[in-house]
Design a protein around this ligand. Structure first.
Ligand SMILES: C[S@@+](CC[C@H](N)C(=O)[O-])C[C@H]1O[C@@H](n2cnc3c(N)ncnc32)[C@H](O)[C@@H]1O
Length: 670
């Protein structure tokens, strides 16, 4: 039904604004000239569209109120049809809601004006501290907003009221209703799909599905390996130049006398420090020791286990088998084939991320250099009874045991995860049910042995990771070899995973390292790290569970004169470390050398800058300066590369540092 003949400026906004849970978009470029409520016909919602198709959705209760308001507007607005019809339609919508859940609404609040670094946990805590209870939060690290997902409309209103006027990190939050239905999601998916298809058509390049998959999972596969390394080295140079250019600006703007002469040095590639030639991966094919395979439908609509042909955000959810994927190991390919046959014969459907129907979701294979194999099968439990789940696990066990026997491989661990969430990957929060063998596998590197649990991170290219760790060892050796062991540093292994770096370096460098302190977020990984230390005879290692940004007091301990020196190795996830962690490193008097390992050099330029900035209130402590950098290729045929940067600062300058404990305390409580 259409209303016409009025504009928002003529008063409708004022009337609708009376309803505190309604947000109206006003488009500044085009005036909103008509309002067109209609029904999603699944859930009793109406939408109000403006002339450029921007839509607002309102719940059933709100719809009634809006429509009754509109009735009173007849002097301003002339409904094309009678508003009474609309009320009937709303009633019809309600009837449908009880019979059809397909278009179920997700009651969301969009909370804006939050810092990008605010984590999901921070936002969850904020809501809990404001008596909103435990609320599910969706947020990407790039967003300055997040969504709070509520179960009912009442809850939505309640939370919105409770957050009204609240400040977070000195910013006033703004909170708006942002409901979304399944139908909206599907429409968005279709739009992206069409756009992607059009783009492919317009490019005029017709590729086979296999080529498209190779482009997706190993985008550099058409280049010779040497050319791949050059591309990656150029990428590193670009990021490092950005870092140095920004540093120059930062030092120019700063009135302090800090020594910025390092920025004037001239080394190769126009960089003020050495960038060494990249270390190659010793293995180019089948190098991945861990792969996650999606279960879905191929282009013919057949059940398939493999990789997604494109990103779901681009509207692609077709899956193709990994037969031609050069980075996947032969054993993983065999396991995929086995799973494929199993699922083909299963009466359960594959999970469709778009419709949210089906059961089979994901197959994860860890195939270690030393022969251990872990298989994790992930299912959506919807529509399955307890008995059916038990039966399915028994079937999987029998099937994979006889498959392993037939193919003569060591099935060390078979796990099943039931996961009803939305993400397309392993859920590290939901439990893994170990139905065969041990709930972990082992890997060997640099004369050490490592236990790896399903949720723990482990570098995916073991042979190349050895070179990465060896390089870190070389740096430390060079720095401390000529010194007396009384000067040996403690190694602070930040984001230590299963303890690999601290353990291999301790074992291989002996007395050059006095002890290890590892900090890691993942509980299973930290348990592995403790076991791994004793497995490898390292008895001077201490492990701390939790996010590094909340465990900065571990660094504070090094600020006592008796604690000696420390060297920090930071190996964070792609996005890098929190600013508070940078500041804790800068203010930790024991740290003279810092080794930063990054798998996304572009994303961490800001971290590098913050490590080296002149001292200010926002960045206390003595800045570091980069000494040398080197890339290590752990991912042949893919775009990523690991980058190691060694930073240094003078101990003489450190003795003048102000007391840091208060800074650390503040950081931890933030
Ligand atoms: C790139 S991995 C490196 C792991 C380890 N250094 C290695 O080489 O195996 C990053 C690790 O950081 C952990 N992590 C992510 N965010 C973290 C945080 N805020 N605090 C501590 N650890 C974190 C992840 O669980 C993961 O184990």
């Amino acid at each position: 039904m259409k209303f016409s003949g009025f504009s928002f400026r003529q008063g409708i906004l004022d009337i609708l604004r009376d309803f505190h849970n309604i947000r109206i978009y006003r488009n500044t470029k085009r005036s909103l000239s008509s309002i067109d409520p209609y029904f999603t016909n699944k859930i009793g919602q109406i939408r109000f569209c403006n002339s450029i198709k921007r839509q607002e959705r309102f719940s059933f209760a709100s719809s009634i109120r809006i429509l009754s308001s509109l009735k009173t507007m007849e002097n301003v607005a002339k409904p094309v049809e009678d508003a009474a019809i609309a009320t009937e339609c709303v009633a019809e919508g309600v009837k449908m809601e009880t019979t059809n859940h397909e278009g179920q609404t997700q009651y969301r609040l969009r909370i804006k004006n939050i810092p990008k670094f605010a984590s999901i946990k921070m936002m969850r805590d904020l809501l809990a501290n404001n008596e909103c209870g435990q609320v599910k939060i969706q947020k990407s690290p790039k967003w300055d907003y997040c969504f709070a997902i509520l179960k009912t409309e009442e809850q939505q209103l309640d939370v919105m009221n409770k957050l009204k006027g609240i400040e977070f990190k000195n910013k006033k939050l703004s909170v708006h209703i942002d409901n979304v239905t399944e139908r909206d999601r599907q429409a968005l998916f279709d739009r992206r799909k069409n756009k992607k298809e059009q783009k492919i058509e317009q490019s005029g390049v017709q590729k086979s599905p296999e080529e498209m998959l190779a482009d997706q999972v190993t985008p550099l596969h058409t280049y010779e390996y040497q050319a791949q390394l050059e591309l990656k080295q150029n990428g590193i140079i670009k990021s490092l130049r950005t870092f140095c250019d920004k540093m120059k600006e930062s030092y120019n703007d700063n009135k302090s006398n800090y020594n910025s002469s390092w920025l004037k040095e001239e080394c190769d590639f126009n960089l003020p420090f050495d960038l060494k030639p990249m270390i190659h991966s010793p293995i180019l094919e089948g190098y991945r020791n861990k792969c996650e395979f999606t279960v879905g439908l191929n282009l013919k609509g057949e059940k398939t286990v493999g990789f997604l042909l494109g990103a779901y955000k681009d509207g692609l959810n077709t899956v193709l088998g990994p037969h031609d994927s050069i980075h996947v190991s032969d054993v993983a390919k065999k396991i995929v084939e086995a799973m494929q046959s199993y699922i083909e014969q299963s009466s359960y459907d594959v999970y469709d991320r778009r419709t949210k129907q089906g059961n089979w979701r994901l197959l994860t294979v860890r195939s270690q250099k030393c022969g251990d194999i872990m298989i994790i099968v992930q299912m959506h439990p919807q529509g399955l009874s307890k008995e059916q789940i038990i039966q399915e696990k028994a079937n999987l066990l029998e099937y994979f045991k006889s498959f392993a026997h037939e193919k003569n491989f060591n099935l060390t661990s078979l796990l099943v995860q039931m996961y009803d969430g939305l993400s397309n990957g392993i859920s590290y929060k939901d439990p893994f049910d170990c139905i065969h063998g041990t709930p972990f596998v082992y890997e060997e590197m640099m004369d050490c042995r490592f236990r790896i649990s399903p949720a723990a991170f482990f570098q995916t290219n073991t042979l190349a990771a050895e070179l990465l760790y060896q390089k870190c060892g070389d740096i430390i050796k060079e720095l401390y070899e000529s010194k007396d062991t009384s000067e040996s540093p403690t190694l602070i292994d930040m984001c230590c995973g299963t303890g690999t770096i601290g353990i291999v370096l301790s074992k291989n460098l002996g007395a050059t390292i006095k002890g290890v302190v590892g900090i890691e977020l993942c509980e299973e990984a930290i348990e592995d790290a403790k076991i791994n230390a004793s497995l490898n005879g390292i008895n001077n290692a201490k492990y701390i569970l939790g996010p590094v940004e909340k465990n900065l007091s571990a660094l504070n301990e090094f600020n006592h004169s008796t604690s000696g020196t420390a060297i920090a190795i930071v190996d964070p996830p792609r996005a890098g470390i929190h600013k508070n962690v940078v500041n804790a490193l800068r203010t930790c008097q024991a740290i003279e050398h810092l080794i930063y390992i990054s798998c996304d050099h572009n994303a961490v330029v800001q971290n590098f800058m913050n490590i080296c900035r002149p001292t200010s209130n926002a960045f206390p402590g003595i800045p570091f300066k980069p000494v040398k950098a080197i890339g290590v290729d752990l991912f042949p045929h893919a775009k990523h590369v690991e980058l190691i940067i060694e930073f240094h600062r003078n101990r003489s300058e450190l003795t003048n540092l102000p007391s840091t404990s208060s800074i650390l305390q503040n950081n931890e409580t933030e």
